[in-house]
Design a binder for this molecule. Sequence first.
Ligand code: SER
Length: 340
Amino acid sequence: METKTILITGANGEIGHGLISHLAEHDGVRVVALDLNALDDATRLKCYKSYTGDILDSRFLESLSTGHDFDVIYHLAALLSTRAERQPTIAHKVNVDGTLNLLEMAITQSRLQGKEVKMIYPSSIAVYGLPHAAAKNRAGRINEDEWTDPRTMYGINKLYCERLGKYYMNFYRQLDAQPMGGKVDFRCVRFPGLISAVTLPTGGTSDFAPEMLHQAAKGEAYNCFVREDTRIPFMAMPDGVSALLKLEAAPKENLSTQIYNVGAFSPSATDLKERVKAAFPSAVINFAPDLKRQAILDTWPADVDDSRARKDWGWKPEYDMRKAFEEYLIPGVSKFYKTK
Ligand code: SER
């Protein structure tokens, strides 16, 4: 079997942890991990190589690229939506300039290796922007082309980078007399909120769901920063990882687009509270909406239409809401805090 070399940026993040743990169980893969902060020992040991470095540092990326032939780049590094509102210029640098640097690296790698290099990119439901809660309720499940008028820095960054990826794949340096060669095979999933049993997100606006669960497991009270009726789509982390891997593995000729919604379940904040309380009956969960973060959530869709992903590459979540809580989140989070 041929061994694939995979670069993962943002390796220390939630998706990075999940993806690296999964890949470590499979042969034929060499993971090269990159993050701004050093990886914890357990994650580092699962990697072929790990680097501490900044995706905004072009010279560092150049030296990284010189040392490896990457087949696939999972570009996960990003500042999430709440943090990005607090530091918009830094977010723009990391989310946009960082992605541009990785796309340039992919083109260079492809040229040097004489073959296509895949870039797998997680986008987000934050690319959507419904004008108000009434429109959101009316719209229901929305497809990839509807309501793409984001109102957050993060959503704008993600939407633009989706388009950058398509540009690098289809129109890069289209006026050159002699095309320089080099091809990026850019593929992107728009994730809903992700919930992991073993990690917590930082700086996201969908964080209320994982925070509610983890606080309950720790036996700590939680003031949820959204209204009870807030509804956005969520997904269990193993499905998030599997969506990325399935899209990477899909035959190119099956893909009718480069940007895919993926959905799993779409609970209200009350539904989440009921699930958490069923597992941790003494959990104290109150609702204390932060009106500004709420306003962002009111622009994100209540659910997504992921029929293109289902049709083109067989997307199907393993975990609906019941299974996610009963078979993954509750046992996982309970074990996690017991062993801490
Ligand atoms: N989880 C992200 C956030 O809340 C959205 O994709 O920013």
